[in-house]
Structures are given as C-alpha cells and as structure tokens.
Design a protein around this ligand. Sequence first.
Ligand code: PDD
Length: 294
Amino acid sequence: MDANDSIAYLNGEFLPLSKARISPLDRGFIYGDGVYEVIPVYGRRVFRWEDHLRRLDHSLDGIRLPNPYTHAQWTQIIRELVQRGAHEDQSLYLQVTRGVAKRDHAFPKGVPATVFLMTNALSVPTQEAVDAGVAAISLPDNRWLRCNLKTTSLLPNVLLRQLAIDAGAVEAVLLRDGLLTEGAASNIFLVKDGVLLVPPKSHLTLPGITYDVVLELAQKDGMRYEIREVSEAELRSAQELWLSSSTREVLAITRLDDKAVGNGRPGPLFRRMYTLFQELKAQVRRAPEPQMHA
Ligand code: PDD
C-alpha cells in the first residue's frame, strides 16, 4: 500500500482508499441519497463522538433510512479506523447511503445500506488565516428547507461555496428572508455591542457540533452570548464575524462583501475563543486512551 494512501472502510472491510469500489447504481451516486458526518480526531481521540453519532441518527431518521449498525458497532469501527490511520490528528469522513438498486426514485426493498468511511490528515486553518482572518461574501440561501439534515446532496452548498471562491473569498454567508442562516459549510457567529450572537437551531441550519462547543466555551468563560435571530443589518454592522466547523474550528471573517468587518482584524472575543478552543484540543489530546467522548 502507498504510504500516502488513506485508510477506508467499506461495508465491513478496512482497505486502502484507492482500492475501494462502489457501484454506479449506488443511490448515493445516482440521487445523493445518503447522509454523512465529518469528525475531527485530536491525538487519536475522537472529538465529541457521541454528539456526531446522535446527529447521524437524526439525519438517518430524517431521510427514513434505518441505521445499519448499533452504536457499539459504530464505535468499534471508528476506533479501529483511527488506530489504522497514519496521523495523530485526523479528519474522519463517514457516509451511509440507501444502497445499490435499479434506478427508481422509490425506496428499494431489502437492499443493505452502503457504509463508507475514510480517514485523512486533519488540516486546520493556517496560522496566517487565524491571525489575519478570511474573506466571505453574502448570498441568498437558496437551499431546501431541511438544512438540519446532514445529507450528501450538497449541490446547493457546492455552488454557493464556489461563488465565494470565485470572488476570492473562502465562505458564503447565507441570508434567508432577511435573516442570517449559516455558511455554505459552517455556522456563523457575530459580535454586536460586545455580545456574541448566533441564530437558533432550526430546520434552516445544520446543528453544528462546533457551534455547541463554541457556546459551551463561551458559557464557561463568562462571555456574554445570545441565541437569537440575526438580521441582515446586524450582520453588516457586526463588530466581529466568525465561522465554525469541525475542520476549520473557529475562524474570524474580517471582510464581508469586500468591506472590513469591525476594524478589519480578528477581534478580541475571537482571539479569546480561539485560545479556549486550542486549550480544549490540548485537553482532549491529554485524555486517557481510548477516549471516545470528549
Ligand atoms: N460541514 N453548516 C454546514 C452547512 C456545514 O456543512 C457544516 C460542516 C457546519 C458545521 O458543523 P460542524 O461544526 O459539526 O462541523 C454547519 C462539514 C465540515 C463538511 O461538510 O465538510
């Protein structure tokens, strides 16, 4: 096996990613009929595994696909994948689709789900991005009304994110009916009058695991925060703007639509939150092994 090859798991078998084969009739390929998770691993400790597993259950329920494995089976697979992975810090990708069947929109009967996982080196934002912040653009949120499900049907997100890339930015900040929803692949926080604001969880946003972590850290640190709807005017006059996700942690957005956010530098609350997040990661790395829930 090529040392650079990722480790994968496909329907009961661990194998090099380059050897994994899936039928073109897989409903994940034909319809995007599946759900997924992206899970960070720090020092071979799976971060918030139980929360990811709970969200996976919720997504599977939402698309009416029975979970093919018990929680104990999932935990066993994840543990083995992490041990086989080449890196101490990993990004786990997990996907469950409605399996392989003759093309027909109706659910197939008696067809086993396809279960695919892979592990790769976790690549977190560069120090430069952390220190300087990143650019984002705002766009109308034209996704469907079930954004709380983490489905593999990501074409709207892909198109929105690409518009941001085309504009020299890294993320699209989405607005629906004059209110902030989230990013194309992240949750969005802002600071107004020294208070951290974030929209509530609803069918219009993905319930981010990092979103929960940020709020927990804010609470423990005595940072003032409010979970409430955020208007477009508030977004545009924010003192600070952040994005959060499992792979990008917390990152300051310092330009929105080519205008500086606040003074154009990552703000004091962001810097505090970034430090808290790095401290939490360090704690996770020091936790006794095997550690499946942080
Ligand atoms: N995306 N909202 C959307 C639309 C997302 O795609 C993501 C993450 C988040 C943040 O969720 P979490 O904190 O659990 O990563 C919010 C992942 C990382 C992805 O698709 O690659």
